[in-house]
Design a protein around this ligand. Sequence first.
Ligand code: PGA
Length: 253
Amino acid sequence: MSIRPVVAGNWKMHHGPAAARAFFRRFRPDVDDGGPRLLIFPPSLSLAAALEARPELPFVALGVQNVHWEKEGAFTGELSAPMAAEAGAEYVLVGHSERRHVFGETDGDVARKVKACLAAGLAPVVCVGETLAERREGRVDEVIVRQLDAALAALRESGKPPEGVMVAYEPVWAIGTGETATPDDASAAHGTLRECLSREGLDEIPILYGGSVRPHNAGELLKAPDVNGVLVGGASLDPESFAAIAEAAPGGS
Ligand code: PGA
């Protein structure tokens, strides 16, 4: 099955509203409607500014970086999936390694968030990935399959179609470190994840690679077998470098 490539940018805790507007004034990737699907995850407080600044690029979808699993309630500092949908988000990053490792999110939390997203009509982009210690212990497949299974169980239980749902393989040791998985390492992990998805009949779900993707390495990662897109952190903050990554995608210019 051919999957339209995806180039996604995770701004993390960067770019307030003014910087989000400035980004979109300069973001002019040379890709057309037949090019990659582009997604950007600004900080929630910048979502409205990003939506407003985006009109000339209607093919860029926006998402939030996290949601709580409850619809509303006494959860100071949190935001819910229905609120994110109402505010114009279409996608949600779920289970990013910084959420798992800095904020202690478990597979169970990820599963609850996947359900909350689907119930609100949002598409979760479920992140999985092993730490360096787990890789050294030869446990890559065990870890990523366990993380993916928790999310897939939630998808099954929700009874919702998997429309827009994506998986991102982000080895923790490659995030923000300048260390990139080789295309072969990425392909090996993606192949494992692809098998799990196929077993569930979810062949249309794209699997993105994330971890120190830059303009100079995006092309070869995007060509690697079973790599259907990239999830870019640091290099998505600069409009020219994110545009260069978008243009490196098959179907880009
Ligand atoms: P990085 O981040 O590209 O800065 O390594 C990737 C991510 O965390 O999604």
